[in-house]
Design a protein around this ligand. Structure first.
Ligand SMILES: Nc1ncnc2c1ncn2[C@@H]1O[C@H](COP(=O)(O)OP(=O)(O)O)[C@@H](O)[C@H]1O
Ligand SMILES: [Mg+2]
Length: 293
């Protein structure tokens, strides 16, 4: 810009028809337009000419995904990973509870968390975001969209979204930044199924990215892995809210007992592997019709 500010311009082009593109544009504009938080990408304006554009502050360090998985640069330091987890949790808590109308993002993943020049994480890409009006406890949404490997089971199987859908994706995101592994990397083993045994057996050191060469904080690792293990619970109601995640990440003593599973609750395993066929971050199959309840 003339004043030297660097901006990012997002041109909307994914939709199949002009009508759909306009709908997507208005949805994204409507949600991101009224959010304001240090950990959420700031919309500066929009531009409608032959194409539809959204204008954002430029996040000069790129996405968490590009930083984390770039083998040509040094591994992302532990401290930065921890700060990214904290900032993203704060941003997500704001979307779920802090802004005027509740928002479910529906596509929380490392390529949608951007980094500012001083490596502050910013949740971006509200292309799939939905309002969650306060009088509704959940929405049923079809087609089912999002990123394979990050989808919560109730959403994948029944199209049900509420903020716990984002909490699940946040859990996968935590495992990704701890381990440096992608949610689905084409090796026939999802990050979830790979990580579960370590979480269940408490061998959490084995989850840490080997590129860090043991250079991490054990207390923070305990908090991150404990939060991740709760976020990825199969039963949505047994997952924490983002404020509870924040308490675990930054609080005093880790409240293990409070989060014990009810005795009758046997956790079913959910790891995507039965569904995973060589796909690398593919979108899910779609169904028709949109419902809400
Ligand atoms: N504000 C921004 N600053 C810098 N890069 C951005 C910004 N917004 C998006 N990008 C880059 O563009 C990519 C795609 O943007 P995104 O909004 O996620 O669109 P899509 O719907 O195509 O996923 C991001 O992963 C990031 O690399
Ligand atoms: Mg994106």
């Amino acid at each position: 810009m003339e004043d030297g500010q660097v901006i990012a311009v997002k041109r909307l082009m994914r939709a199949s028809s002009d009508e759909q593109r306009e709908k997507d544009f208005l949805t994204e504009l409507g949600t991101v337009g009224h959010v304001w938080h240090p950990n959420v990408s700031a919309l500066l304006g929009c531009c409608i000419d032959r194409d539809l554009h959204l204008i954002f502050e430029f996040s000069s360090r790129g996405s968490v995904s590009s930083n984390l998985h770039d083998e040509n640069s040094p591994p992302m330091a532990w401290k930065l990973r921890y700060n990214i987890a904290m900032g993203t949790a704060r941003g997500l808590h704001y979307l779920h509870k802090g802004c005027q109308r509740r928002i479910i993002h529906r596509d929380i993943k490392a390529s949608n968390i951007l980094l500012t020049s001083n490596f502050e994480p910013q949740i971006s890409d509200f292309g799939l975001a939905k309002w969650l009006p306060s009088e509704w406890t959940y929405r049923a949404v079809a087609p089912i969209e999002g990123t394979f490997g990050c989808l919560a089971p109730e959403y994948f199987m029944h199209g049900i979204v509420d903020e716990k859908t984002d909490v699940f994706a946040f859990g996968v995101f935590l495992l990704e930044i701890i381990s440096g592994r992608k949610p689905v990397d084409g090796s026939h083993k999802s990050l979830l199924s790979w990580a579960r045994p370590f979480l269940n057996e408490g061998t959490i050191q084995l989850l840490v990215d080997p590129r860090l060469e043991q250079d991490y904080d054990m207390e923070q690792l305990k908090r991150l892995t404990f939060a991740a293990s709760l976020c990825i619970r199969t039963t949505a109601t047994l997952r924490p809210s983002m404020i509870e995640v924040l308490e675990i990440l930054e609080g005093g003593e880790i409240p293990q007992d409070r989060w014990n599973l009810p005795e009758e609750e046997e956790e079913e395993f959910w790891g995507f592997d039965d569904l995973n066929e060589d796909e690398d971050e593919c979108d899910t199959p779609s169904t028709s019709s949109t419902r809400s309840s």
